[in-house]
Design a binder for this molecule. Structure first.
Ligand SMILES: [Zn+2]
Length: 266
């Protein structure tokens, strides 16, 4: 079984000719089927425009699929109180499985108190918060906000909130592994380590870094498979994880079990 805990349906350059959300969802289904991916979580964006559907548009568009769930992007600048109240209702209704903060893309530290309502909601409803860390896909992102060490503050101040450190903080993977090791409430996904496909040397380097992270932080009850599709490709990612030298039970945790438990995917 495979759960991809981190995909997008925004119209990135790689999908520049695919202008409707329905078509992009259809492409996602084809990509999942051809790679034997059983379930995927779609992360809605930090902004809404013609290329980036709203959380509501995604919730409506995926109703016909039983293998997709939604993690809703929340921002300080682009989301109103009314929208946030709607989010809470959708969480209660089981339509949203987690919230996502785009630190770096949005120029606030993840421990900024303006995000406290996000952490409070995650605690109240016992759903995880995903936080972008590491390189930003956009050059207008600011890296000091996306460094993984910032999540240590969030983890300490909100010990009952389950936090997912996205992208292993790449390239600050050593910082990420310490934040994961130290804080029982910090999880991580391995998505978005590459744009497009891994080439041989980059794949080898990343394989070593992920192995080092697991050696340092211990049994990977915290680590989840994710791709960042369509920014990274699914077949290249499956090839990458196939080469990781990890025990069978660790592989099961990584590929589906941790995500299944954390996001309560049935
Ligand atoms: Zn992403």
């Amino acid at each position: 079984m495979i759960i991809d805990c981190h995909v997008h349906v925004n119209q990135y350059e790689l999908l520049k000719n695919v202008s409707s959300l329905e078509e992009r969802l259809n492409m996602l289904q084809i990509e999942m089927a051809s790679n034997n991916v059983d379930y995927a979580l779609i992360l809605s964006s930090y902004k809404v425009n013609s290329e980036r559907p709203s959380t509501k548009q995604i919730i409506d568009a995926i109703k016909k699929y039983d293998n997709l769930g939604v993690v809703a992007g929340v921002t300080v600048d682009n989301h109103t109180d009314e929208e946030f109240q709607l989010y809470k209702q959708w969480i209660r209704d089981g339509l949203i499985k987690g919230l996502k903060i785009y630190a770096g893309y949005e120029h606030y530290y993840p421990y900024d108190e303006r995000y406290n309502r996000v952490y409070d909601a995650c605690q109240e409803f016992d759903i995880p918060v995903m936080i972008h860390t590491g390189d930003t896909y956009s050059p207008t992102g600011k890296l000091r906000y996306s460094r993984p060490l910032n999540l240590d503050d969030v983890a300490v101040e909100h010990p009952d909130v389950k936090i997912v450190l996205c992208h292993l903080g790449n390239p600050w993977i050593q910082d990420a592994q310490e934040v994961i090791y130290k804080n029982h409430n910090v999880y991580a996904d391995i998505s978005g380590l590459v744009v497009g496909d891994f080439d041989h040397y980059f794949e080898k380097m990343m394989k070593e870094k992920v192995a080092e992270l697991i050696n340092y932080a211990g049994e990977p009850r915290y680590l989840m498979y994710g791709t960042d599709w369509p920014i990274s490709t699914m077949d290249s990612y499956l090839n990458f994880v196939a080469k990781l030298k990890i025990k069978k039970e660790y592989r099961d945790l990584l590929m589906y079990q941790n995500a299944k438990d954390l996001f309560r995917i049935s």
